[in-house]
Write a new protein. Sequence first.
Length: 295
Amino acid sequence: MTSDDFAPSRPKVYAHRGASAAFAEHTRAAYLKALADGADGVECDVHLTRDQHVVLLHDANLDRTSTGTGPVGEHTLEQLRALDFSSWKGARIPDDYGGVADQFLTLPELLDILRAAGRDVGLAIELKHPSPYGLKLEDRVLALLEEEGWTPGESRLENIQISFMSFDTDSVQRLLQTVPKEYICQLVDDFTVKEIRQELGLGFLTGGAVANVMRATQLEAERVLDAGEVTIAGPGIDYVREHARNVQRWLESGRIFRVWTVDSEKDVALCQGLGIHEITTNKPAQVLAQLMVSN
């Protein structure tokens, strides 16, 4: 498989946690909206519940996007279903996108939504670490997909083309034991001490220590991409701007690029100009409209 296989007349557009600018991220409404918008694929983040169900959430804690609190991994699926994961967004959900109680999704439920799309669609699954269950997360996701009928060699489930992503290189190595490298994306970002302190609310010393760990993670991710251990490179848009030399080298080496999170017209144009293959965005309709005009 080469970049030519992934090089349509325009970049493919993946909806980041669904059409998450319109509706609450990872909800039924966000994914149905993404499909209605014409997104080529959707992206999701996964965690394990206490009773080992694979659920769609970005954060390790419930506080930001639900009426609950505390770690996702300490709650059962039944407990999570009792929470409201959509009202915080303040967006009215159309009747045909389900009620508030229908918005929280497991991975199998997302697969059902994508199966019903009536066309080929991509699914990019990000495995979130650190996880309280370690690499059991990878094992459970792969086992679940196989139960659904997914075939690792082609990484396909009916009309759904599935790829896997992680910042964690141990996660990537575990995935490589089962999944061909063509369907694995090594995520990479550019971390600074200042950003870590601000995002996590940490002091000078603690923030510096955490930033050092994350910087080591970044260097290992870059090594994985330099070595060609996976085919798909997944840098953030800030990384693309700041590390043009790495981006050019990986493009010339045949890496497929999936860049996140690309919402502005300027960033879409930058990605298109560089020859980026896949754009991940919160605003799939807007990005698709821009790409159609400029194509």
